[in-house]
Design a protein around this ligand. Structure first.
Ligand SMILES: [Zn+2]
Ligand SMILES: [Zn+2]
Ligand SMILES: [Zn+2]
Ligand SMILES: [Zn+2]
Length: 388
């Protein structure tokens, strides 16, 4: 392989000199391939992996591929038709896969069985849900894992754009664990999120974790699970970006909860999860009715004040405060989209809210409240939101 490369280089250099001397356009040097099987790369795609059901891209790791005996997870095999040496990447890949398998094996050991794990650029997913039926198509565990990984990455793109988060601004990957049994959820939540929960729990910060149980008596439809996962992941991503600081317990509950709800409203048909007891149903608050409710409260002069809502921790907020928090975030996201990122950073850095509204909106908190009110009256519809 090296000799053919050298040959190509030499002939290219000669033809360049020649072309320069003659002042004529260069003829591209003919590339001579000696081994048509591997085109002289020294490796071919692993046949066993190619034949497996895993053809999902782009994925960093998948436990199905990682377990392939033929290629040790490299996805490639040495070419048997020639003696070209494969480059270092194949060995490096094998080592990376082995390291990853060992890390994931710790989870399997703790949970006492072999689980499906997949990993992408921003997420590690341990997925244990059987018979998921998105769009009425039944999926096995492996297929469901890739579907969720794709969904997580798609959401990551939306979030990164909204909050103007660049590659360098992210800390560790977010680890997501999805369980089909409440027992596994309890066990995993205590170990990986450091708090026991039989529904869902999270660990915030630079290496966040979400563990969730697919409780079909609560999350009736498949999209409700999707919605719940994104709600929790929104909290995690906000805590992860820029500084690894979760704003939910430093009186930034309004942006923490407000943003998680904003994605529920925008990507699904309304809010189903709220943060103070994540498993609670919405009680008196009807699904998807927040826009109408906020509008009618504003019209009646009964709305909560911006300063009152923006001084609390996520866990201490009432459902009503959550609803207004959502609307304040909704206003910034839609009417001042460029200010959402510096606002989030400022809150995470504990800057006083009056200083932030002055710096970012040239308003006092009171003026911000009035501007938000006017926007709500102009923008929100009194009619029921259409299902998406
Ligand atoms: Zn070959
Ligand atoms: Zn293979
Ligand atoms: Zn796979
Ligand atoms: Zn929440």
């Amino acid at each position: 392989m090296l000799s053919s490369l050298l040959f190509a280089l030499v002939s290219l250099t000669t033809s360049s000199v020649h072309g320069y001397l003659q002042g004529l356009p260069e003829e591209p040097a003919p590339v001579v391939v000696k081994c048509p099987t591997c085109t002289d790369r020294g490796y071919v795609d692993c046949r066993q992996c190619n034949a497996s059901e895993c053809s999902h891209e782009p994925v960093v790791f998948c436990s199905l591929i990682a377990a392939c005996k033929a290629c040790e997870g490299a996805g490639r095999e040495e070419c048997t038709r020639c003696d070209a040496e494969p480059d270092q990447t194949m060995t490096e890949r094998k080592l990376a896969v082995a390291k990853w398998r060992m890390q994931r094996a710790e989870v399997d050991e703790f949970m006492e069985r072999e689980l499906v794990h997949v990993e992408s650029e921003h997420f590690t997913l341990t997925y244990d849900i059987k018979g998921l039926k998105p769009a009425r198509k039944k999926m096995d565990i492996h297929g469901g894992a890739h579907l969720y990984l794709e969904r997580l990455e798609a959401f990551h793109r939306i979030f990164s754009k909204d909050l103007a988060v660049e590659k360098k601004d992210w800390f560790g990957k977010t680890q997501v664990m999805m369980w089909r049994s409440a027992g596994d959820q309890v066990r995993a939540s205590l170990k990986y999120t450091r708090q026991e929960s039989d529904t869902a729990s999270k660990l915030m910060g630079g290496a966040p974790v979400v563990s969730i149980y697919y409780d079909k008596s609560h999350l009736h439809e498949e999209f409700e699970l999707h919605q719940a996962v994104l709600h929790h992941v929104a909290h995690c991503l906000l805590s992860n970006c820029f500084d690894g600081i979760w704003p939910g317990n430093i009186r930034g509950g309004w942006i923490d909860g407000g943003l998680a709800h904003a994605y529920e409203v925008d990507l699904f048909d309304g809010v189903r999860h709220y943060c103070y007891v994540e498993s609670d149903t919405m009680g008196d608050f009807k699904f998807g009715a927040w826009e109408r409710t906020v509008l009618s409260e504003v019209k009646r002069g009964k709305e909560l004040s911006f300063l009152d809502v923006t001084s609390r921790n996520t866990a201490d907020m009432t459902p009503e405060q959550h609803m207004f928090a959502w609307s304040f975030v909704d206003y910034v996201r839609k009417a001042h989209p460029k200010q959402l990122s510096p606002l989030a950073r400022g809150i995470k850095q504990k800057q006083p809210i009056a200083a932030l509204t002055k710096e970012l909106f040239s308003m006092s908190p009171f003026e911000f409240h009035e501007a938000w009110k006017a926007w709500v009256e102009e923008t929100y519809s009194p009619r029921k939101k259409k299902k998406k």
